[in-house]
Design a protein around this ligand. Sequence first.
Ligand code: SF4
Length: 209
Amino acid sequence: MTDELKNPNIPVPAELEGTVTITTLDKLYNWSRRSSIFPMIFGLACCAIEMICAASSRFDLARFGMEVFRATPRQSDLMIVSGTVTKKMVPQIVRLYNQMPEPKYVMAMGACASGGGPFKEGYNVVSGIDKFIPVDVYVPGCPPTPQALIFGLIKLQEKIDQQSIKSVPWYNSDAIEAIPIPILGPDLIDPRQGSQIAREMAVATEAEA
Ligand code: SF4
């Protein structure tokens, strides 16, 4: 059994080491999840090419149990948002996120997904995917190298290691609400900002009258 699981606070007699491991339920639960993260096959722009490189034999994602990229959100644990997030794509991204089962994680790969990148002020680009879905790890760069992506994946593993089966939201009695799908019209509308939009419209109408 891996040394990662050993609880250093409870020593095992030397003659039993290699045969007996004492651990905690949290460690076992997190170790099994962090060692089998299935990312979704999903790419938006140039960063996706680096993500594809990271999945090649040279970088060997199988070391982390992450080599199985799934072609469906239903079987994916991790969404790597790799590329420029256009307004046109946001409804699809949020829909895919909603279709992933818990526990699920999101990584913003590259400057575009993290904050808009070189297209930040563009009429058709959003300033980071975290405006719409929660992001767990940001990987900087334009584009980040496969090594940087792997570093981000290791950071995600460290984040998973800190979780506790007692407090993770997916076992709480309150159901986790799906994120409302943004509406694409002449511009992108986030339904969660409905009341704010109505307030601002009322102010503008008053000012005109
Ligand atoms: S961050 Fe750079 S490399 Fe990545 S999608 Fe944006 S422009 Fe392309």
